[in-house]
Design a protein around this ligand. Structure first.
Ligand code: PEP
Length: 269
């Protein structure tokens, strides 16, 4: 199946995507993606670019449900930087592309914490994604300890620069960056306030706002805070875990984003 290149897909101006982490099997993936596909066909996108990131094992099934030319982007949660070879247990960018992925998540904090992901490996993976025409979704974020030390911006800018410095302007324009403070992610995270996010996004916006395809926020996004988070300067999307693991939750987030002034302005321009 020749899948539409991610570069040819609309892209926003607001991005709302979800990674399912190590959840959902084939049947659940198919059901969710089929419902999403039907919703998008019925309701349109109106200034919002959805993306879903299932487990490796379900990427091909999700692609099967979406078809080759869906406006919903499909991603993988990780990929190796080499195209193939003696890397037991790893999956390459070439392989996820073959399975139907157009986007790849790189450097999620869980991978940095538990699986030895480093700034150097995120750099190799960004390069591999770009080499194969996939959208790299680079995740960056500081721990609670770094935040307490007042070092948030320095830390995340170093993570971003380590992965992205040296890219051409054309390559950079294909990259998405998700700022996901470690202290705000998952069951043990606490939702960030708008005030806490203003400075990091001002700093990221200055360095990467115009240069990249978008700056997303992730970490305990929910139906109550999504609109306020989208309103922060330089935020052009949301990267969502738990609140989008049910299709109704995700569809509601897409609706909230579509009604947001940032999306409405672009849709009516
Ligand atoms: C995440 O783990 O990247 C994430 C954003 O999760 P949640 O929305 O559940 O905090």
């Amino acid at each position: 199946m020749k899948v539409t290149d991610a570069a040819e897909i609309g892209g926003g101006p607001l991005w709302v995507g979800t990674s399912w982490k190590m959840n959902k099997g084939l049947a659940e993936t198919r059901q969710y993606v089929r419902g999403l596909s039907e919703h998008v066909a019925r309701a349109g996108l109106a200034g919002v670019q959805p993306f879903v990131i299932p487990s490796f094992t379900a990427i091909a099934a999700a692609r099967d449900e979406l078809g080759a030319h869906s406006p919903v982007l499909l991603g993988a949660q990780n990929a190796h930087w080499e195209d193939g070879g003696a890397w037991t247990g790893e999956v390459s960018v070439a392989q996820i592309k073959d399975a139907g992925a157009q986007l790849v998540e790189i450097g999620h904090s869980e991978r940095r914490e538990h699986f030895g992901e480093t700034v150097a490996t995120t750099r190799l993976k960004v390069a591999a994604a770009l080499r194969h025409g996939l959208v790299p979704l680079l995740c960056i974020g500081e721990s609670a300890e770094v935040k307490r030390a007042g070092e948030s911006s320095r830390f995340i800018l170093e993570q971003a620069a380590g992965a992205l410095d040296g890219l051409t302007a054309e390559q950079m324009a294909r990259v998405l960056v998700a700022y996901e403070p470690v202290w705000a992610i998952g069951e043990s995270g606490r939702p960030a306030t708008v005030e806490e996010l203003q400075q990091p996004f001002a700093d990221l916006g200055r360095e990467y706002g115009d240069a990249t395809r978008g700056l997303l926020y992730g970490g305990s996004v929910n139906l109550d805070n999504a609109v306020d988070l989208l309103g922060i300067d330089h935020v052009s999307g949301l990267f969502v875990g738990r609140a989008a693991w049910t299709l109704p939750g995700y569809l509601r987030l897409l609706e909230l984003a579509a009604a947001h002034p940032k999306a409405v302005a672009a849709a009516t321009a």
